[in-house]
Design a protein around this ligand. Sequence first.
Ligand SMILES: [Zn+2]
Length: 312
Amino acid sequence: MTTRDTIANGLSRRDLLKLTAAAAVMLASRNAIAADFHRFQHGTFDITVVSDGFLTLPAEILLPDATLEERQAIMPRLGGNAATAPVQANIPLIRHGEDLILIDTGSGSHFQASAGKLAANLKSLGIAPEAITKVVFTHAHPDHSGATTTIDGKVLYPNAQYFVSEAEWAFWTDKDYATHMPSALHDFARGAQRDLFAVKDRLTLVRPDQEIIPGMRIQQTRGHTPGHVSIELAGDGGLLITGDACTNDVIFFENPAWHFGFDTEPEVALRTRQMLLDRAATDKLKMLGYHWSYPGVGYAERKDASYRFVSA
Ligand SMILES: [Zn+2]
């Protein structure tokens, strides 16, 4: 399967934006941002999972490989209906020494209106945008890097140093993207360029295995995008902040052979996800998933030939 096939079969960003306000309102009550924030210690890291809100995704994107019966069984378990389901956006705020680090910035005003709540939630925790010292991107999709700038083009976290993988930068900043990428990716490319170019003068390009600070290491988890990375924190057997290497805690734990409709390199993403879940189950690795049920912290437990998500 090629990138073009998958994207062509999927919905564009515009289609997603068009999802009805009524559906969003209906889901909002069920998916209200957790009033109390999930906070825990991992090794020397103090972590608070702050919600950016939620996104509504269509079944064609969430579980394209499922049969109709499987869809009907799974979609309600995600809190959705037959056509769409909500997915959370969990952003770890990591305190370490003098650092206050965000892994991804969320959607800001550049994606669905049910997301983009991170800055407001940080404020309710007493954290001003100026206090953030580092932002590490797992990848440059609009629901992860969209809040780099405010709606009037200002950098939202003015004192932060930014980190993105070399491969992610190279993929999205291709000046000939219009001819090199299928048209369904053009909106994403324009969004990634908007976000990455806005912080170009304070952006560090990183490679897999590189450390951001002692104990915080970049891990290659390519496939969702060509430069997608996860972030691993040392201590207590490790904590892997997975980003979108595994986009749902029900669908892909229980069906690790299924594709996700927004993976740019579907087969690479599939292998990455399978290796990740296998390692996580074998090593009892703690994980934090961006789109998993809030707060998205837990483990993969083997169940026959698949897995079960076990909340930490
Ligand atoms: Zn995402």
